[in-house]
Design a binder for this molecule. Structure first.
Ligand SMILES: NC(=O)C1=CN([C@@H]2O[C@H](COP(=O)(O)OP(=O)(O)OC[C@H]3O[C@@H](n4cnc5c(N)ncnc54)[C@H](OP(=O)(O)O)[C@@H]3O)[C@@H](O)[C@H]2O)C=CC1
Ligand SMILES: O=C1O[C@H](COP(=O)(O)O)[C@@H](O)[C@H](O)[C@H]1O
Length: 495
């Protein structure tokens, strides 16, 4: 990795789409504003919609203004954007794209460094990769990298096929598989909290931790993504990738060094150690839900089956809760509970590490319990850490009261946490793949998730819809913990 400002052309396939508009253009702008990338760069948008370079620049400008809520006055920045309209299945057009890139590389003195960002439906990933190689766009004097959006396959088999296709054109080192949760500030902080604090790591195991809970709840429904989501569901959309990545970061052994390979190999070991769930065991370990009508912040919303582009009899889950066991020395016997869903009470991603109770309760010999110690990692929207301890209740003789030590990451003046895509794009430009998923992680995650989706696809959920929009999911998700003697800790910002 070079310490110089990265310099490359970025080709965005799917440049007129939602992801480019909401995440990619604003991220490139932020990197430019912060002077993190070289002033000599070029972005080429590819999609079918007709645009000239000029009309595309206007479009990009509008999208950035909409995202940043600021007027974009820097005309120089926008002049680095170009547009090349074509259907990516049409092989003839790649030669023209190649000529444009060569011309821009000369104009901006870019040494053949190219990022191909596939912000398109996955069905095109293989075709684009093959065409880029066949038409000679990957052979340059510099480096070429391929950024792949999710979903990476629909199950292990399709993911393997896709991987083989893109590996025909790009080596593993050139492939940057995006999991945007890995770009979140507090997800990246998990590793630092664990490995830079002498007080946590000695306790970070089955002798002291009772359970770990990860919740990622959303208030949004499927919005305009019904067509994709109805074939995906929450298990593939959130669990196979984001939730399992957080589990891996929480459970991995300290890497030998903070290199991409060392960290990834520790994460893979966790994913391989996940106790496989057989078809017969799915109901014991996993709960699915689908939202019905309800209220989100006082506003009535429709049920999932009434959403656009969703089958009115859909069997797709919009909520998942699960109990994961990691069969290794460190974690044997410690449940990791995960839950994620749409149209829930609050938008919140939180990790709660619940420590085991003190060995003997000196303060309430009559049976009242002491509040367990909790370490809460607030991923979003609030970013921070809270440690729940017990202290003496003022004025009362030897009674305890729960107290909290709080650190708020995004309350500090001047800290403007970069958006996940901004960080990941920057990492990719620098060639740092640490916060992208290696194929081995993807494969292990699919192996774990596949039996669950197979059972759910083949058995109709008779009780769907089984949770009201605006609630915390179906009752069965609470029972999953209750049968182990635990309960979900609240996700409110006061936790
Ligand atoms: N949107 C989001 O928040 C997220 C998206 N993703 C992933 O990112 C990818 C893109 O998603 P999103 O932006 O929402 O999708 P959209 O449907 O909004 O955009 C798709 C883009 O592909 C272009 N396109 C479609 N077919 C062709 C073709 N044959 N040739 C050339 N261009 C084509 C479209 O442009 P045109 O019609 O002009 O050809 C458009 O620019 C998907 O893999 C998605 O799963 C992942 C996480 C979040
Ligand atoms: O990848 C996805 O993530 C979003 C949730 O991301 P967040 O950063 O807002 O927590 C989810 O809405 C979407 O369905 C899924 O594809």
């Amino acid at each position: 990795m070079s310490s110089m400002k990265p310099k490359s052309t970025i080709v965005i396939f799917g440049a007129t789409g939602d992801l480019a508009k909401r995440k990619l253009f604003p991220s490139i702008y932020k990197l430019y504003q912060k002077q993190k990338i070289s002033e000599e760069f070029a972005v080429v948008g590819v999609a079918r919609r007709p645009h000239t370079h000029e009309s595309f620049r206007n479009y990009v400008k509008e999208t950035i203004e909409e995202a940043t809520k600021q007027e974009l006055i820097d005309e120089t920045f926008i002049s680095h954007f170009y547009y090349h309209p074509f259907d990516v299945t049409n092989t003839d057009s790649y030669q023209q794209l190649k000529s444009l890139l060569e011309q821009l590389e000369e104009q901006y003195n870019i040494p053949g460094n190219r990022i191909f960002y596939l912000a398109m439906a996955p069905e095109f990933f293989g075709t684009i990769s093959a065409n880029l190689k066949a038409e000679g766009l990957t052979a340059t004097n510099g480096w070429t990298r391929l950024v792949i959006e999710k979903p990476f396959g629909h199950n292990l088999q399709t993911a393997q096929k896709l991987n083989e296709e893109i590996r025909q054109a790009f080596s593993e080192k050139q492939i940057f598989r995006i999991d945007h949760y890995l770009g979140k500030e507090m997800v990246q902080n998990i590793e630092v909290i664990r490995f830079a604090n002498a007080i946590f790591e000695p306790l970070w195991n089955n002798r002291f931790i009772a359970n770990i809970q990860i919740t990622s709840s959303e208030t949004l429904g499927v919005e305009d993504r019904g067509r994709y989501y109805d074939h995906s569901g929450a298990l593939r959309d959130m669990v196979q990738n984001h939730m399992l990545q957080m589990v891996a970061l929480l459970a991995m052994e300290p890497p030998i060094k903070l290199t991409t390979d060392d960290i990834r190999s520790e994460k893979v070991k966790v994913l391989r150690a996940l106790r496989p769930i057989s078809h017969d065991e799915v109901d014991q370990y996993f709960v699915r839900g689908q939202y019905g009508r309800g209220f989100i912040r006082g506003k009535e919303v429709v049920g999932y089956r009434e959403e656009n582009n969703v089958d009115p009899n859909s069997n797709t889950e919009t909520f998942v809760a699960g109990k994961l066991m990691i069969d290794n020395f460190r974690w044997a016997g410690v449940p990791f509970y995960i839950r994620t869903g749409k149209r829930m009470t609050e938008k919140s991603t939180k990790i709660v590490v619940q420590f085991k109770d003190v060995p003997m309760n000196l303060y309430y010999p009559t049976g009242e319990t002491i509040h367990p110690n909790l370490l809460v990692i607030h991923i979003q929207p609030d970013e921070g850490i809270t440690l729940h301890l017990n202290a003496k209740k003022s004025g009362e003789s030897m009674k305890t009261t729960p107290i909290k030590l709080d650190y708020c990451n995004n309350c500090i003046d001047g800290i403007n946490t970069p958006e996940a895509y901004e960080k990941l794009l920057y990492d990719c430009m620098r060639g740092d793949a640490t916060n992208f998923t290696h194929w081995d992680e993807v494969a292990s995650s699919w192996s774990f998730v596949d039996p669950i989706s197979e059972v759910w696809e083949n058995t109709k959920a008779v009780d769907f819809p089984n949770y009201e929009a605006g609630s915390m999911g179906p009752k069965a998700a609470d029972q999953l913990l209750e049968k182990d003697g635990f309960h979900w800790w609240p996700i409110s910002s006061t936790m």
